[in-house]
Each structure stands twice: as structure tokens, then as C-alpha cells.
Design a protein around this ligand. Sequence first.
Ligand code: NI
Length: 226
Amino acid sequence: MMLHVPQVLSADEVRKIRTALDAADWIDGRETVGAQGAQVKRNRQLPEHSAVSRELGAMILAALARNPLFFAAALPLRFVPPLFNRYEGGEHYGFHIDGSVRAIPATGQQLRTDLSCTLFLGEPDEYEGGELEVVDTYGTHEVKLPAGDLILYPSTSLHRVQPVTRGARVCSFFWLQSMIRDDGRRSMLFELDQTIQKLRARHGENDETVALTGHYHNLLRMWSEV
Ligand code: NI
């Protein structure tokens, strides 16, 4: 399931992050990929161990922690700290699938990448091109979101970033391991959660919403790996 999560960051938070990023030193993005990625990746990244990367990454994780829509869709167990990239002057990233297992730098703990996230840090009219293209069985989806918005998609997806031909595309990107490994089960839980919330908003809490909430949690208990 792909999901657009709007307004993960406020306009103020985006401004603060962009000011720090515009003053930062960037490196070749090929430093963090394997051999296949290095052949198709042309962009720049913030060094992942830099203080500015850690500080801004923590700000993004704090924003995600207070976002109920993101939590319901991702059911996150643990995150790779957010990274930052920048594309300009024709830079692009050709078709690839993200690596399946990554180490969390601070702890060395391994994480299975179930979900990939891109958080847009510039408005769509600041640059030409730079669409994130994600291929799934329903076709190819082009994604270019307002600053502060996030796209969540299964890390099993083939995807690319189209060349940026004017201006600069600045984003944060990161991966997470979900409590629910299977995308189909995670999608069903998300739909159930959203439906219960709509029922509760329309009719208030009642015996049926309590029973459905119990059903949701019992499925989560049955399927979760924590
Ligand atoms: Ni990727």
C-alpha cells in the first residue's frame, strides 16, 4: 500500500530544516549504496553521521511520533535515522529496489526494511522534474508532494527519481521495520482502524465499536513481531 501522509512537518519546521540543509556540506550519494545502486544513482546526500543530519533526523522522528495517520499505516517497530538528499542540474536516481537489511548506525542493530519513506522539503514549483516513480502491480505512480508531506510505500517496490532539470529537489528519506511484516495484513489493519474511527466519529463509542476495536487489537496481537 502506498499512502500520502500530509503535513508531517509544519511550515516552520520545514523552514528550519531547509535553512540548516542549505548551509550544510553535501557528499556524493553513491557512498551509501551497493554496486547496482551506484550505477544508477546521481545525487548528493548529507553525511549520515554528521551532527546536522542527526539533529534534523530526530526532529522528523519526533514529528512522526505525534502523527496518528502515519502510525496507523506504518505500525513502526524501529527506524533507520532519516537521511537527506538533494538533486539538481539533471541529477537523478535510476530504477532500483532499496536494500533489504540495514544497520542502525548508533547501535549496529539490524533492521528489515519493510517500508520506505520520502519526506518532501521543498514545494513542487521550486523545481522541474524530480518525480518519485513507484511501480506496483496497479501500474506506475508519480509522486511529487508539497513541502512537509510524506509518501510511504513498500520497500519491495521498484522505483526511481526522475532528473531534476531546474531548481533543486531536497528531501529526507528513510526506512522502517514494521510490527507487521506483510504488506497485505498491514493494509487490512489500516483499513479496519480507519473504518472504526469513522464509525466512532459518526455514532460515538458503542458496543459495536468496542467489539471492533478488540478485534483490531487481537489481529495485531496475532500478527505482530515485536
Ligand atoms: Ni530508493
